[in-house]
Design a binder for this molecule. Structure first.
Ligand SMILES: [Zn+2]
Ligand SMILES: [Zn+2]
Length: 66
């Protein structure tokens, strides 16, 4: 099985540093990912790959600016 995709952010294509599958709890379980971002994930990647922290941070910053 090739689960490399799960380590790549589906939005920016960079490594998402996801900890799922290790003994550590992934940071993505403690942060609430905005629904807008979830909607941008391609259907086949949904529920598999985590969005990276940078994408979430960037999104939240844009929200504040407006
Ligand atoms: Zn990203
Ligand atoms: Zn994760």
């Amino acid at each position: 099985m090739n689960n490399k995709d799960e380590k790549i952010c589906p939005l920016c294509g960079e490594r998402n540093a996801c900890q799922v599958g290790t003994s550590n709890q992934c940071w993505c379980h403690t942060i609430k990912v905005p629904q807008d971002l979830l909607d941008k994930i391609p259907q086949e990647k949904k529920g598999k790959a985590c969005i990276c922290y940078l994408c979430i941070k960037e999104y939240l910053q844009h929200q504040k600016i407006k």
